[in-house]
Design a protein around this ligand. Structure first.
Ligand SMILES: NC(=O)c1ccc[n+]([C@@H]2O[C@H](COP(=O)([O-])OP(=O)(O)OC[C@H]3O[C@@H](n4cnc5c(N)ncnc54)[C@H](O)[C@@H]3O)[C@@H](O)[C@H]2O)c1
Length: 327
């Protein structure tokens, strides 16, 4: 529900049965607007996206005597959605849950699609479930407090969705980038909604990522390795990953040079990086080892045009060639 305010949460679940999971920062910012429910607070930061945090949430669920009629509401960024969704999905073999995502990235990506999970031994999202929330409420007022870096992180995912499935959205982003970066409400509502339509359409056809859902990994195969190796913000790493995908696509003749230029220009106008000078061998090793994958060929989302993603096998050597081009 894009544009639905947090204040209407009670219309979508029984607040007498609801428990809120949030993080410390979000509670400080918005706690006075939360409905009068019990709150379980987790520590902010990716380092806390662990089974230990989930264990602490279970402890609270147990102490508060939650039963199968209880309802869990995650209010926060992607971390809160991921851990709250995972804890709810596994406690008592599954409690119902809903999300009020408070970062742009969580609104356009993390809260929708039913992937819930945590990191394990340094591997991102290695432990998790596929389980859909009962609702996702995107209150656009709540993203007004985000630092610019987090706005850009979310924008990278919106560009990704446009590239995968909607060339009209891509053109709209090109024409409205300043209004979007300043979070103007009309354009934001349009791009969040259209971005979610693309994700929801793909997820409803392939919920458990056997095929088409892999398109949503556009920019992420390479991006995750860059993020892990450099500590660069997620959106920036995905931006570089999308440039890699665009270049590979032009090399294979599925994307025109002019279209790849448009991708680079939009990303750079949104303040996202399009060049990278990091350690080639470490990054390629990271791509190879992502989620313990040891194959020499990886299946990557590439572009068959703006608004049209395709899944293609790519050899690590091809990535090496593109890497040299990124400098
Ligand atoms: N499940 C999925 O499909 C999926 C998809 C994409 C990303 N993710 C996950 O999402 C996580 C990243 O999400 P994120 O970028 O939202 O990070 P995050 O949840 O760590 O939030 C980033 C920071 O912003 C703060 N914050 C939250 N809302 C705020 C607001 N309105 N104003 C100011 N500060 C606010 C948080 O407290 C935190 O410090 C990663 O763990 C990633 O793996 C999951």
């Amino acid at each position: 529900m894009v544009g639905e305010p947090l204040g209407r949460l009670g219309e979508h679940c029984d607040l007498r049965k609801a428990l809120i999971v949030t993080d410390r920062n979000v509670r400080t910012l918005f706690g006075d607007r939360f409905p009068p429910c019990t709150i379980v607070e987790v520590e902010p930061g990716e380092a806390h996206k662990t089974l230990e945090t989930v264990g602490n949430i279970y402890d609270e669920f147990l102490r508060l005597e939650l039963d199968r009629s209880s309802f869990v509401v995650g209010i926060g960024g992607g971390l809160v959605c991921d851990v709250a969704g995972f804890a709810a999905s596994t406690y008592l073999r599954g409690l119902s849950f809903g999300f009020v995502p408070t970062t742009l990235l969580a609104q356009v990506d993390a809260s929708v699609g039913g992937k819930n999970g945590v990191n394990f031994h340094g591997y991102k999202n290695l432990i998790g479930t596929f389980n859909q929330p009962s609702f996702v409420i995107c209150d656009l007022e709540m993203i007004g407090t985000l630092p610019l870096e987090d706005v850009r992180n979310g924008m990278a995912e919106i560009v990704k969705h446009a590239l995968i499935g909607n060339s009209g959205l891509f053109s709209y982003l090109e024409q409205n980038k300043e209004r979007l970066l300043s979070l103007e409400s009309g354009p934001m509502e349009k791009v969040v909604y259209e971005s979610l339509l693309i994700k929801a359409r793909i997820v409803s056809r392939d919920e458990t990522e056997r095929g088409e859902r892999r398109k949503l990994n556009l920019g992420h195969t390479f991006g995750h390795a860059v993020e892990k190796h450099t500590g660069m913000p997620h959106g920036e790493a995905v931006s570089i990953g999308m440039v890699v995908a665009a270049r590979l696509s032009t090399m294979r003749g599925t994307l025109k040079d002019k279209e790849a230029e448009r991708v680079m220009t939009l990303l750079s106008d949104l303040g996202l990086p399009t060049r990278f000078t990091g350690d080639k061998h470490a990054i390629l090793d990271g791509v190879r080892k992502d989620k313990k994958r040891e194959d020499q060929v990886i299946h990557m989302a590439l572009l068959g045009g703006i608004g049209h993603a395709i899944i293609e096998p790519v050899a690590i050597e091809e990535l090496e060639e593109v890497f040299d081009d990124l400098r």
